[in-house]
Design a protein around this ligand. Structure first.
Ligand code: CU
Length: 83
């Protein structure tokens, strides 16, 4: 599992967050735990495999928000390896 964090500019309220969440779910139907924060300017989601970043960039830019970058890291369920 991979956790992807996208930096997005231009989100200003909760509506923007849900707009971005919808776009991510539509672009990557396998995405789980999709959540955005306009305060942090990020959207985070989890997928089995790493997503196509070019695809992600295009999807975000098509919404009119600004794609500012992306980072990914292995996703480990909390508590699973924590003992
Ligand atoms: Cu908004």
């Amino acid at each position: 599992m991979v956790k992807t964090t996208v930096k997005i500019g231009g989100m200003a309220c909760g509506m923007c967050e849900s707009h971005i969440n919808d776009v991510i779910r539509k672009t990557f139907p396998e995405a789980k735990k999709v959540s955005s924060s306009y305060k942090k300017g990020t959207a985070v989601f989890v997928t089995e495999e790493e997503v196509d970043k070019e695809c992600l960039r295009k999807a975000i830019e098509d919404t009119g928000y600004h794609y500012l970058g992306v980072s990914s890291e292995p996703y480990v369920k909390k508590g699973f390896f924590g003992w």
